[in-house]
Design a protein around this ligand. Structure first.
Ligand code: 2HA
Ligand code: ZN
Length: 270
C-alpha cells in the first residue's frame, strides 16, 4: 500500500480546503466538500475489503451504491485539514444497501462525515445525470454572495442576470446561471432534496442567508466556479448603492455567447 497522504486526491483536498479558508469562505467549521472517486483511484492507498466502521447516512441513495467519496468531517475546520488530514477527512463507500457509509480511511478521532452529506450525495446523483464527468460538490459561505441574498431579489433569472452583468467572464463560466433556495434549515434531508432538485439545471445553488453549493468535474474547476460568482457578487455589493451608469447589455452577452461557444440559460437573455 502507498501512503494515502501522498494520494493526489488527498493532496488536492488539503490544498483546496486551505485555499477556501484563506479566501474567508469557511469560518470555523463552515463548509464541506465531497469528491467522488473511482475504485482505481483509491485501491493503491486503502484495502477496499477492510471496512473500519459503518455509519448510517440517514437516507437512501441506491444509485450511489459502491461509489467512493472523500468527504470533509462534521464539526471540522477547513483551516486544520492540512495539519491532520486523517482526522478531518474520511474516505467512505456507499454500501450495497444504499443507506450505509463504509469508512475505509479517516475520521481518525471517531468523527464522521459532514452533516450536509444528504445535500452532497443527492446533488451528486443529479449532477451525474446532467454530466457523467461531475465529481465534486462543494459548499461554503462566501461573504458577498451571502450579502447579496439580503438585498437582491431571490428570483433566479434576476439573480443570475445581475451576476452576469458584474464581470464579463461570468456568462462564460456559468452560462447555466445560478439557482436560489430560500432560507431553509440546514443539515436536513429536506434541504438536500431541494438542493439536488436545483442542481438539475445549474451547477451553482445559493442557499439564502447561508452560502452556496457548487458542482464540477474537479476541485479546481468547482473552486473557480464559486470564485467567479463570488467575485461578481463582490462587484455588486460595491455598486448596488450607487447610480448605475453602464452595464453589460444583453446584446453584448450574445456576443460573448458566440465568441466563447456557450449558450446562456434558455430565456435568461432578452
Ligand atoms: O458544515 O457549513 O452548512 C458546516 C456548514 C453547514
Ligand atoms: Zn454551511
Amino acid at each position: 500500500m502507498k501512503d494515502i497522504l501522498t494520494a493526489p486526491f488527498v493532496i488536492e483536498m488539503v490544498r483546496t480546503t486551505a485555499n477556501m479558508y484563506a479566501h474567508g469562505w469557511d469560518e470555523r467549521n463552515g463548509g464541506n466538500i465531497s469528491l467522488l472517486l473511482r475504485e482505481s483511484d483509491v485501491r493503491d492507498y486503502v484495502d477496499v475489503n477492510t471496512v473500519l466502521r459503518t455509519i448510517p447516512t440517514g437516507f437512501f441513495a441506491p444509485e450511489l451504491a459502491g461509489k467512493y467519496f472523500l468527504v470533509t468531517g462534521t464539526g471540522k475546520y477547513f483551516k486544520n485539514v492540512q495539519y491532520d488530514p486523517a482526522a478531518n477527512l474520511g474516505l467512505i463507500r456507499i454500501a450495497a444497501d444504499g443507506t450505509t457509509a463504509e469508512l475505509l480511511w479517516g475520521y481518525s478521532d471517531g468523527g464522521q462525515f459532514t452533516s450536509e452529506l444528504p445535500a452532497h450525495l443527492m446533488s451528486h446523483v443529479q449532477r451525474l445525470q446532467a454530466d457523467p464527468e461531475n465529481r465534486v460538490v462543494m459548499h461554503c459561505h462566501p461573504a458577498n454572495l451571502l450579502a447579496m441574498t439580503y438585498v437582491h431579489t431571490l428570483d433566479e433569472r434576476e439573480f443570475t442576470r445581475t451576476l452576469w452583468q458584474m464581470c464579463t467572464e461570468c456568462i462564460v463560466v456559468f452560462p447555466d446561471g445560478v439557482n436560489v433556495l430560500p432560507w431553509m434549515l440546514c443539515g436536513t434531508n429536506e434541504i438536500g432534496i431541494a438542493t439536488a432538485e436545483k442542481m438539475k439545471t445549474a451547477r451553482l445553488v445559493v442557499w439564502s442567508q447561508h452560502g452556496i453549493y457548487g458542482a464540477g468535474k474537479d476541485l479546481d474547476e468547482t473552486f473557480g466556479l464559486i470564485e467567479t460568482a463570488e467575485k461578481a457578487a463582490e462587484i455588486y455589493m460595491k455598486i448596488a448603492h450607487l447610480p448605475r451608469k453602464n452595464t453589460i447589455t444583453d446584446d453584448q452577452m450574445h456576443l460573448l455567447e458566440q465568441r466563447f461557444g456557450v449558450k446562456a440559460r434558455e430565456g435568461y437573455l432578452d
